[in-house]
Design a protein around this ligand. Sequence first.
Ligand code: FAD
Length: 426
Amino acid sequence: MSNTTESMNSQASDMSNIDVVIIGAGPSGSVAGALLVQKGYRVHIVEKQHFPRFSIGESLLPQCMEFLEEANMIDALHSSADQLEFQFKNGAAFARGETYTDFNFAEKFSEGPTTTYQVRRADFDHLLAQESEKKGVTITWGHEITSINVDGERPVLGARDEDGKDYELQCRYVLDASGFGRVLPRLLDLNRPSKFPVRSSLFTHVEDNMVPEEFDREKILITIHPDHKDVWFWLIPFSDGRSSFGVVAKNEFFDSLPKDSEERLQTIIAQVPSLKKILRNAKFDTPVRQITGYSSDVTSLWGNNFALLGNAGEFLDPVFSSGVTIAMKSASMVSSLLDRKFKGETIDWEKEYGEPLRAGVDTFRVFVEAWYDGRFQDIIFAPKPTIKIREMICSILAGYAWDIKNPYVKDSERRMNALAEVCQTI
Ligand code: FAD
């Protein structure tokens, strides 16, 4: 899959008519690329790494299946699922102390797919990139975007190959899909601090050896620390008996624990009886990694001949597994807008991209805020929540954060508060 510098140069000489350069071949870049080539545009992705490469974020939401369908990638996904050990997923489960509740996505309020997968992102992202290449996207692997000038009529990008040689690319439009690389926010000074506090995550992959009767592999399990409502764990099984496991907390929480990451993770598990039980036979055979300060925001999601996709724009928090869905939603929206722009229409990028994309992100934001201050936890663990309200909440958990028919999308903050108040009195 990797290109030599020689083949890159021959590609570069054929790059005079590129319509769109995409920075990064993660889910947002590959889906945007596939959608645009299928509309007849010439798309080139510059990807810093060689795939398959590790990425965190293994639990997908059903809403993203619609974008994969739109990009004509869904058949490839289903037909590779067994071989790549993607785990069929139909819901989300939550545990706090002795209480457990789960949501089956089939019972959601919004229309649309009800199931998806839990995936190793190295394989999933590789599959999507390969599919985009099959459809006509060109990708240079191991090359990095280092500079950009968007002042002229056509953006000019500076790129660096693996030998450290710099070269330039020109195009009609640039999409930044660089994820946590945040290339254009850095180069164009668009970064703005997230309103969420700095949190860290420790995570690993384990041979889980879980007892089938004790655990539903078809759902992500989110467990809340018994003594700290803002410390939580994910358990995301794959179909081969292994799972992704991680914990999220503020740095102060981690600071009080042993320095060594593996010891640190084991110490925290020992504090949570339900997890200790589920993982009692697990083999921790993979190094523990840490990521810190991932929440981020930007002053604008677009500018002169460029737009930001996925994590290169705003990233909230991992708790509702919304990252890949937001990434693909942004790719889908931008591809339609670019098609209209290239056909001569004037696009109001704020009204048609910035505002509507952020509207869905803001729905997730209300849920994330309510998660950390405990309101959402009180709602889902309340003894008798009404069925209708559970269906509306289930829709958001399934990723349908842009469905304005759902009152929890249109008026999320007020409804969340009202419901939390009711639940506290039960
Ligand atoms: P990415 O997937 O990050 O891809 C960006 C690509 O750009 C990379 O391949 C990178 O190599 C490339 N790149 C970077 N810089 C350059 C450059 N200068 N030149 C060229 N290429 C470059 N999301 C979920 O949906 N479900 C989850 O369960 C989930 N769990 C998470 C857990 C944690 C702890 C965290 C921090 C995040 C989690 N996420 C989850 C979020 C998810 O990982 C991201 O939202 C998602 O990967 C964003 O996709 P993307 O395409 O925007 O960027």
